[in-house]
Design a protein around this ligand. Structure first.
Ligand SMILES: Cc1cc2nc3c(=O)[nH]c(=O)nc-3n(C[C@H](O)[C@H](O)[C@H](O)COP(=O)(O)OP(=O)(O)OC[C@H]3O[C@@H](n4cnc5c(N)ncnc54)[C@H](O)[C@@H]3O)c2cc1C
Length: 369
């Protein structure tokens, strides 16, 4: 019997590590290159919602997550600057877990399953060739239609929430606050600035917009404006909620140059999973799920390639087709919802109507995951 061909995965985030674990379960030799190290904080709402929870169960990871501090999230409430919705139950409970714990747990699982993890090693090759899967996360884009998008996140204490997840909307961005274990709350927002005004004002320490292809995500010191941005406009419900918040400054991180335009996996020359294919609007809380799902959809075709049953091109096309079939509709709905989130009138309507009109609430939940 010829030996299985090896697979290299560029990027040890959720998609790369999940794929690595699944391939190891199928006896495929796997190396993951990760430019950063574990544990580390990531800009993320830390709210896992959607079909990706099934992937975690099938890979035998759900129990491990629970032991690492994952807690169920069952309720949510929405707020615009003027209005607040009632607390509404999610049709399927989500899971809240710190990325600090989650990424480290997956990295450990991957290692234990016999995978080679090259931590703190950046893949430098511009071209991705046979046997290499790109899972290197979102592709940076300095501005989209004149807007610069950036994300901020920090953990906080002394925040009383009405629901497991609160979403607060404003004309310049939206913020999720989700309950984590031991009374901590994750505070994470997506913001935008006019590209012409954006330089240096999106997070502490930033002095220039990122260059094409450069994603920024790093802890910075706590002296700058990030707390001011995360605390929201004085007088808003969002600001009130965080009035007594004590932020854990070590957990702060930021990312800039985000693009929320949907892309098809089939349009890429590379074999991709996770955010590298495309990034779904964070308001859906479905990006991590898509990372897990796309990793799962890649496992069989890559195992068949590794075993010599199909060619690399066939594996790549099968993965892209599966991902596009699964994600096209949800990406279209998410892009539409994302646009509404930034129209002040639509914000009030969404906050008032979606949780009250059960059919609309169910439709939005179902179509965006
Ligand atoms: C503001 C905001 C809020 C969000 N909130 C939520 C939420 O509540 N729920 C949800 O489900 N999703 C949320 N998301 C989305 C979620 O964080 C992503 O969808 C998810 O992290 C994608 O996983 P990934 O593995 O594809 O990418 P990543 O987790 O970004 O991992 C990519 C990895 O590749 C590494 N890498 C990059 N280039 C190289 C290289 N050349 N060589 C080696 N390594 C490399 C990086 O260091 C990184 O570790 C949010 C996103 C943002 C921006």
């Amino acid at each position: 019997m010829p030996a299985n061909k090896p697979i290299t995965i560029v990027g040890g985030g959720l998609a790369g590590l999940t794929l690595g674990i699944g391939l190891r379960q199928r006896a495929v030799p796997v190396t993951v290159w990760e430019a950063g190290h574990y544990p580390r904080h990531r800009v993320c709402g830390e709210f896992i919602s959607g079909k990706g929870q099934g992937t975690l169960r099938r890979l035998g990871l759900s129990e491990l997550l629970a032991r690492a501090g994952a807690i169920p999230a069952r309720t949510t409430a929405f707020f615009s600057p003027q209005k607040g919705s009632p607390v509404r139950e999610l049709s399927e409970p989500a899971v809240s877990i710190s990325r600090y714990a989650l990424d480290a747990l997956l990295a450990e699982q991957f290692r234990q399953s016999g995978g080679e993890l090259r931590e703190d090693e950046r893949w430098r090759g511009a071209e991705i060739f046979e046997g290499v899967v790109r899972a290197s996360g979102r592709r940076a884009q300095p501005a989209v239609n004149g807007w610069r998008w950036f994300g901020l996140k920090a953990h906080a204490r002394r925040v009383e929430l009405a629901a497991d997840l609160e979403m607060h909307l404003s004309p310049s961005g939206y913020l999720g606050m989700s309950r984590l274990k031991d009374g901590e709350v994750n505070v994470c927002g997506l913001f935008r600035r006019r590209a012409a005004n954006a330089q240096g004002d999106f997070s502490d320490g930033e002095t220039r917009p990122p260059k094409e292809g450069e994603a920024k995500e790093r802890p910075v010191d706590g002296r700058g404006r990030w707390q001011e941005i995360l605390r929201g406009a004085p007088g808003s419900r969002w600001h009130e909620r965080l009035a007594g918040a004590e932020f854990d400054e070590d957990s702060f991180c930021s990312v800039a140059g985000l693009s929320l335009e949907p892309h098809r996996a089939g349009a890429s020359k590379e074999c991709c999973v996770g955010d590298t294919i495309t990034m779904i609007a964070p308001v859906t809380g479905n990006g991590m799920s898509m990372a897990f799902e796309s990793a799962e959809m890649a496992m069989e075709p890559l195992a068949e390639y590794s075993g010599g049953k199909i060619s690399w091109g066939e594996a790549q096309r099968a993965i892209a087709r599966r991902c596009d079939e699964a994600f096209a509709r949800r990406l279209a709905w998410a892009a539409w919802l994302q646009r509404l989130m930034f129209l002040p009138r639509a914000q009030n309507a969404l906050v008032l109507l979606a949780p009250r009109w059960l059919w609309l609430w169910k439709l939005l939940l179902e179509r965006t995951r």
